[in-house]
Write a new protein. Structure first.
Lengths: 341, 312
């Protein structure tokens, strides 16, 4: 087990290294003045010179890379000239909102994907299967920001059943006392059920918009794997020794069919951070996504650059966690002789 | 068994059978290509998405030529009008005709996405082919570089490239193309490795063909089906990626009527009742991407040699 885990961790470190090199090449080594990129077109010459010196443009390329990386991992992400605050403070402020949305969206995505995949595979209903196929094609082909817009037009403007783009809480609610920075959890801790419901209501539309295309992807994957596994001989054996169909399905087919879904789940969770750029603006969600959206408009690239590196690192880390979970779930991964065969 | 190997006992060794489809005797690659094309055209489930894409191309090609209003012509007296006979998709906040703008946007999306797909396929395909046929150290280095690209969420990497090279539709296109390269490279590398292990390649070497000729005459033609499937899927992603970058402001700039940029423009009007500015470009995106992914899926069913439905 130890060998596999070490190999995965080393692999992930390698991926992070590769990603930082790539980010460095793209953001720093290409033609154009990176300092100008960071301070923006309206900055004073002093600001430009100070940033040039700070990021070490006068040094060798290796020293520059080292500075780029050490600053990043020390949390020294530069200064946002548009907002007059350090980038780390800005991102720290906005991160909880994005994480809360990503986790909520991930939870409903996986829940619905598993439920629907089971629905169409457990009893083979051709009509349900066809509807699911159509939904997953459309969900896959629709840009998330357009889904967001459609949801708002239908559920907010036409039927008034869910709140509009007003951020994380309704205007009447005040944020609960801060414990975890997640409004839903904080409201529960403080015992304010009204605020809790308001927070949930505000999460539904952005959560669905963020998750729809991933739902389409995962439900198709899981459906295909479930169909494949349920044809395997060991399912027949499980049924043959007298297990009920549901028990055979739940205990034997689902765990085996779930492994590729787990990998996909890791990718999806990592991508939700990137997807937040497309969604948050539509809902005025005060997370990192809308911060980056505004930063692009204001040409405030210190924020954009940090976001790019940060999400690459988080993407790799989430995938590492999934790999390690694999070893917990699938005994074959734990036995090195099988894993390497 | 007519054209099988004339080695005694070969029939008793099933493990030696090639893993891909058995080559039909005497089928030249051009005949095979014709057969594949005919079967694709006869398939109803391909005809629908293919027809949709043809219709989109016609729409993009001819509507801007024949429609009586230009995409940039402002008419402030008739701003924010709902769809009518003279403006089938309404007008925007500056009175520009949305029908003309959506049609021009279709042109931009289809042309740029096609170029992106071709560039990605060419570069990624070449990398995959070289890594798969030459192998060795260069294979290792190139594939690690591909892994570094895959360590980014795709949209983020495209954003990075666009920011690094300077904002605009051209750099956004480069970003989206770059993101697609490792997918081609990985796929075609494994295809090349698979094909290389087939017995008829060995036979080609045995009769004295040079490596370059084997690659050109046998390996590349056998890679094409998988490449085309991937390109159809990548086309959808390219349309989506370009629209996403334009939506966040990194792609096409005002006043270019790119679909993603049009959706951003209409965003604030959608919730005050002027839904048509954002809805029509969004529907255009939805139709294009869905058609591309259906096309790719069905092609995979029919053409992918590793798929269970491979019939050709």
């Amino acid at each position: 087990m130890g060998g596999v885990v070490t190999r995965r961790i080393v692999g992930s470190l390698g991926a992070i290294f590769g990603a930082t090199v790539l980010a460095f090449v793209i953001l720093r080594a290409l033609p154009g003045n990176p300092a100008r990129l960071i301070v923006g077109p309206l900055a004073t010459p002093q600001a430009l010179a100070s940033v040039s010196h700070q990021i070490g443009l006068d040094k060798s390329i290796f020293e520059q890379y080292w500075l780029f990386i050490s600053h990043f991992f020390q949390g020294d992400w530069g200064y946002s000239y548009a907002d007059g605050e350090s980038v780390s403070a800005l991102i720290g402020e906005r991160l909880p909102a994005t994480i809360e949305l990503a986790i909520f969206s991930f939870a409903i995505t996986m829940l619905f994907a598993v439920a629907f995949a089971l629905l169409v595979t457990y009893r083979r209903r051709p009509i349900a299967d066809r509807i699911l196929r159509a939904v997953s094609y459309l969900g896959f082909g629709t840009p998330p920001f357009f889904v967001a817009l459609l949801l708002l037009i239908v559920f907010f403007r036409s039927f008034h059943v869910l709140p509009g783009p007003e951020g994380r809480l309704g205007l009447q609610s005040t944020p609960p006392p801060t414990v975890t920075h997640m409004y839903t959890l904080d409201a529960l801790i403080a015992g304010k059920l009204g605020t809790f419901w308001s927070a949930i209501e505000h999460l539904i539309l952005p959560g669905v918009a963020l998750g729809l295309s991933s739902f389409s992807f995962i439900v198709r994957l899981l459906r295909a794997n479930l169909l494949e596994i349920s044809r395997e001989p060991f399912i027949t054996v499980a049924r043959g020794k007298g297990l009920r169909r549901w028990t055979a399905f739940r205990r034997h087919a689902l765990p085996n069919a779930f492994l590729p879904t787990l990998t996909a789940g890791g990718l999806v969770l990592g991508e939700f951070l990137a997807g937040s750029v497309l969604i948050e603006r539509v809902f005025n969600w005060p997370g990192i996504g809308s911060l980056v959206f505004d930063a692009i408009v204001k040409q405030d690239y210190a924020v954009v650059q940090t976001f790019i590196l940060l999400s690459a690192v988080m993407f790799v880390l989430v995938n590492l966690i999934v790999d390690l979970l694999y070893a917990v779930i699938d005994p074959r991964v734990r036995i090195p002789s099988v894993a390497t065969a | 068994m007519g054209s099988g190997p004339l080695i005694i006992g070969a029939g008793e060794a099933p493990t030696l059978r090639p893993q891909g489809p058995v080559e039909p005797p005497g089928a030249s690659s051009s005949r095979r290509a014709m057969r594949a094309t005919r079967a694709l055209l006869a398939d109803r489930r391909i005809a629908v998405p293919f027809g949709v894409i043809v219709a989109l191309v016609l729409f993009a090609a001819f509507v801007p030529l024949v429609w009586n209003q230009g995409p940039d012509k402002q008419d402030l007296l008739h701003s924010l009008q709902s769809p009518s006979w003279s403006h089938p998709m309404g007008t925007d906040q500056l009175g520009r005709d949305m029908f003309a703008r959506v049609a021009t946007g279709a042109r931009i999306s289809l042309i740029v996405a096609t170029l992106v797909t071709l560039a990605g396929a060419l570069l990624g395909g070449l990398i995959g082919l070289l890594a798969g046929t030459i192998g060795g150290v260069s294979d290792g280095i190139v594939m690690r570089a591909m892994d570094a690209i895959l360590a980014f969420p795709p949209l983020i990497l495209a954003m990075a490239v666009t920011v690094g090279l300077g904002i605009g539709l051209n750099t956004a296109a480069i970003g989206v193309a770059l993101v697609s390269v490792p997918w081609y490279a990985r796929l075609l590398r494994s295809e090349a490795l698979r094909i290389r292990s087939l017995p008829f390649i060995e036979a080609s070497y045995a009769i004295g063909m040079k490596r370059s000729r084997v690659i050109a005459r046998h390996v590349i033609p056998h890679m094409l089906p998988v490449l085309f499937i991937q390109m159809a899927a990548a086309f959808g992603y390219a349309v989506l990626g370009l629209a996403s970058l334009s939506f966040v402001g990194l792609g096409a700039q005002v006043p270019t009527p790119e679909w993603g940029a049009l959706i951003t423009e209409g965003l604030s009007y959608s919730l005050t009742g002027q839904w048509w500015i954002s809805i029509f470009p969004g529907v255009g995106l939805l139709i294009t991407v869905t058609a591309a992914s259906m096309l790719s899926d069905r092609m995979r069913d029919l053409l992918d040699p590793r798929g269970e439905y491979a019939r050709l």
